[in-house]
Design a protein around this ligand. Structure first.
Ligand SMILES: C[S@@+](CC[C@H](N)C(=O)[O-])C[C@H]1O[C@@H](n2cnc3c(N)ncnc32)[C@H](O)[C@@H]1O
Length: 203
């Protein structure tokens, strides 16, 4: 059995950026085109995409004329996003979900797709999302049903990126505890099993 190196998100995604970018269609299948419609009309909306990665969602939101800031820990993931960006109105920022370098009440919408699986404790990030959102602003977060991190093949071996499973009801409960109002809580299924939870909340 080849040895699998376990890495934190920054180191892991810096090495796995090519792999992640090559599988975007597969990641899309966990959302079944539900995410964008939930956000409504994006024209001129200030949107923060936290853990934006290769821009799978950020670029679509920018095409819908949102003013997107795409934030990620991994510069290699953001490099992929920048390569794909065709003159859209989009800013990128290196940063940490748990310590957002933005003023209070500065965004209409905060999104985080496939991010929380990499956060051990969600409270810090959720508090930060709440802080940077305007009153009435939307928070969309997805929660992949992943109990064991997959081994990802990179140039010189296999890596596993630190991941944590979050129970769907615990995620909703925490959002409510932190004063978000839940507007939607939907599950994408493959066969009988849910594979992804999509939550839309408001401040
Ligand atoms: C599975 S990818 C999701 C990328 C994109 N949101 C999507 O849906 O395709 C997770 C991303 O979250 C980033 N990430 C992980 N922990 C983070 C943190 N604490 N702050 C900011 N970004 C983080 C990783 O670098 C990676 O790009």
């Amino acid at each position: 059995m080849p040895k699998v190196r376990i890495l934190n998100s920054k180191a892991g995604y810096n090495l796995a950026a090519d792999y992640y970018a090559s599988k975007e269609k597969y990641w899309d299948s966990f959302e079944k085109d539900k995410v964008l419609p939930m956000l409504g009309n994006l024209k001129s909306k200030k949107v923060l995409d936290v853990g934006a990665g290769t821009g799978r969602l950020a670029l679509r939101m920018a095409k819908a004329e949102a003013e997107v800031t795409a934030l990620d820990l991994s510069d290699e993931m953001l490099k992929k996003l920048k390569l794909k960006n065709q003159n859209l109105k989009l800013l990128t920022a290196i940063g940490d979900a748990e310590n957002l370098a933005f003023a209070d009440e500065s965004f209409d919408i905060v999104v985080a797709t496939f991010l929380i699986v990499h956060l051990k404790d969600l409270r810090g990030f959720f508090n930060e999302a709440y802080r940077v959102l305007k009153t009435g602003g939307l928070f969309l977060v997805t929660n992949i049903n992943q109990r064991k991190a997959p081994a990802v093949k990179i140039k010189d071996g296999l890596v596993e990126i630190e991941s944590y499973y979050h129970r769907p009801e615990a995620v909703v409960k925490l959002l409510e505890e932190l004063a978000f109002s839940i507007k939607k809580n939907e599950f994408v299924k493959k066969g009988e099993n849910w594979v992804n939870q999509i939550i839309l909340a408001s401040k």
